[in-house]
Design a protein around this ligand. Sequence first.
Ligand code: SF4
Length: 330
Amino acid sequence: MNPVQDTKAPLLRVVDLVKDFAVKRGRFSQESATVHAVDRVGFEVGVGETLGIVGESGCGKSTTGRCILRLTEPTSGEVWLESTNVTTADPKTLRGLRRQMQIVFQDPFASLNPRMTVGDIVGEALIIHGLEDSPQRRRERVADLLKTVGLNADHMDRYPHEFSGGQRQRVGIARALAVQPRVVVCDESVSALDVSVQAQVINLLQDLQEQYGLTYLFIAHDLSVVEHISDRVAVMYLGRVVEIASARALYASPLHPYTEALLSAVPVPDPKAARKRIMLSGEVPSAMNPPTGCHFHPRCPVRQLPLCANERPELKTVADGHQVACHLRS
Ligand code: SF4
């Protein structure tokens, strides 16, 4: 599979990434099975670009993000940050790479230590990476970071439970920014927030991107959330990327039947512009036992049998930067 071509210089390159997990077949079973969480995923992200990754729960999008940072070890494939192979990096190189690639998690309750003050949480990253030894200068740097994400420097001595969900997410962003990363993986970072707070955090992320030239991988299950922040969007289904295109092309003319169905469910302000709702039959199949051929074929309203059940559709370029994995659309 060829990673998508982009006009901007690629900063991050993911090539044929695979992650399989061994699991027990049932609670009382000794038999093991393999969950194919990520199945030959490939893409590139340019400097200062935002790639949105969307798909239903369990489609492998978060595992992809974690494999890129090697918070989860990939089974095979490669991740490159410019000319450094992240997947084969030794522990010392990996420490340096971790400084360049940070993550903001979905659940600020779970990702912030409740026993640490916000100042210690944000300052800890500076200590770990040896960026600021002086406690006084560290406090000043933390104060600056808190102001940068729209918090008050006086908040430094408070604990996470004293903040709202949106403020806690800002603390998570400040912690990620502390080490001056180049790539930030936003893993469902706004999914747990109210819609109005989501918009504020997305605006903040966009401002920070402009200010610091950040590159984002923005993971979400909701297409409407990624639309405003993404330059390009990759749609995943059962571990595979099924479509990848510029946000404008994907929202205006989706090519994959799964993307069409997802988009038809996105509410639009003008009822006259609403798409005809495409109802998919059945549930997303288990990644332990995915359907043969095109994973989407049991639910696809336009499948052609036996072709779709027998042959995996590869991701192919059909227009400038627009790739789709469908036998009928490529
Ligand atoms: Fe549907 Fe076949 Fe295309 Fe899969 S390959 S999306 S089953 S038409």
